[in-house]
Design a protein around this ligand. Structure first.
Ligand SMILES: [Zn+2]
Length: 426
């Protein structure tokens, strides 16, 4: 008996569902006024709403008692009446939001949920506010905006840092310049003080640039006072040589062809402006504009008897074979031509110090007093000059005989300068 009742009940449920479906379909036919296209469209939408779970029957019936108490199918109710009354089909779809965000749908007076399942979903429209803010597109947009803001603040920070850096560098530069200026003043005071101690209080005159100055600046690793002209940079040896050349040679008087090796700026500026001088400068390294020609003085590219005068200051101590170089310089000098040689020379040693085992900058500095010197000349340097044929006219400048002591102080050359003025006998 019980089984029969159960079977009958199942049949009843089945029949009711079929009946409901038929009823529902009849309802659509009626609502769509027998228009097959519209009936099909609405029925398709109905199926989609169901399969997407966008209509929550329990929720709907619970929310709206009038629907609960009527016979109409709750989904059909929403499709044809509920949406117009502003009712909500489920928590997943917000009709008001959808119509608000999509004015075209609102205007067409189509059920927003029907529109969503048939077209809106495909077109990327959102069923509710929550879905919108969680959509990958919006999240991506938000992230991009955040990255942009971060980039902006990063670039602002960078600019700020760059400005700070520039400001600091500017300050440093200012301080450096201030310190340099202060050092210059100190140096000047140092030289002036030295003079005061020595009882000399007159102004100085640099003979090479013909400028009157308060004092020559200290110069050297262990700075010696009254050494460097603050205007042209000349040192004692430059000023002494210049006076010697002016007073004792024909270099500024006759028309001569002059070869100037490793040209120092002070004499380059003087020689090149002399109309009587046919001027050639040369160096082992090409360093224009001062160096006009590259030249290895161990193998000079000029014929015999080319030059009237050779000026060679602080060069030979750097040349590997200085005897070969002297031989070459002698060769290219005209008979009766003159040459001036300046080299660092130590009168306290008997013989020139030259040892091939001193072959590192450190060893050379230790034994020759400079890391790029290849020997330390002693008084026997004169032998090397005479060996190639030079006749030494004088081997030092000592002005004290024919120049006032006061003048020597004034020119900042109050000590003897060793140098070699030679002639190639005619
Ligand atoms: Zn000067």
């Amino acid at each position: 008996m019980e089984i029969i009742r159960k079977v009958l009940f199942q049949i009843f449920i089945f029949m009711k569902r079929r009946f409901d479906k038929i009823l529902s379909f009849a309802y659509y036919i009626k609502k769509e006024k027998l228009n097959p296209k519209n009936i099909y469209r609405m029925y398709k939408a109905r199926g989609q709403i169901k399969s997407l779970n966008l209509f929550d029957e329990d929720y709907y019936l619970n929310e709206y008692s009038d629907v609960r108490n009527s016979d109409i199918n709750p989904l059909d109710h929403y499709i044809y009446h509920g949406w117009m009354e502003g009712r909500t089909p489920s928590k997943l779809f917000d009709g008001d939001y959808y119509l608000e965000r999509n004015p075209d749908v609102k205007e067409s007076k189509v059920n927003p949920l029907v529109h969503y399942v048939l077209y809106g979903k495909e077109e990327g429209r959102f069923p509710n506010h929550h879905a919108k803010i969680n959509s990958p597109h919006i999240i991506n947009k938000k992230l991009q905006r955040r990255i942009k803001n971060l980039e902006k603040s990063l670039s602002q920070s960078n600019n700020y840092l760059q400005n700070m850096k520039e400001e600091i560098e500017e300050n440093n530069q200012l301080h450096r310049t201030e310190i340099e200026n202060f050092e210059k003043k100190l140096n000047l005071i140092n030289s002036v003080l030295h003079d005061v101690i020595e009882g000399y209080n007159k102004k100085k005159l640099c003979p090479t640039c013909d400028t009157e100055i308060i004092a020559f600046l200290p110069f050297g690793v262990n700075p010696r006072p009254n050494a460097q002209c603050p205007n042209c940079g000349s040192l004692e040896r430059h000023r002494a040589t210049y006076i010697f050349l002016k007073e004792n040679t024909s270099i500024f008087k006759e028309n001569i062809k002059l070869l100037h090796l490793a040209p120092e700026k002070i004499f380059y500026d003087i020689f090149r402006n002399q109309e009587n001088i046919n001027y050639l400068t040369a160096d082992l390294n090409d360093k224009p504009p001062r160096v006009m020609e590259k030249m290895d003085i161990q193998d000079i590219q000029y014929p015999d008897n080319t030059f009237d005068f050779i000026y060679c200051s602080h060069v030979l101590e750097h040349v590997p074979d200085d005897r070969k170089a002297l031989d070459e310089l002698y060769r290219v000098l005209k008979p009766n031509g003159k040459a001036i040689f300046l080299v660092p020379l130590d009168r306290s040693i008997d013989k020139t110090l030259e040892d091939p085992s001193y072959n590192t900058p450190a060893l050379r500095l230790k034994h020759y007093a400079q890391s790029d010197h290849l020997r330390l000349y002693g008084p026997d340097f004169t032998n090397r000059l005479e060996d190639v044929g030079f006749k030494i006219l004088t081997d030092h400048i000592e002005f004290s005989e024919d120049m006032d002591k006061e003048d020597l102080k004034r020119y900042g050359i109050d000590k003897g300068i060793t140098f070699f003025y030679c002639v190639k006998p005619g």
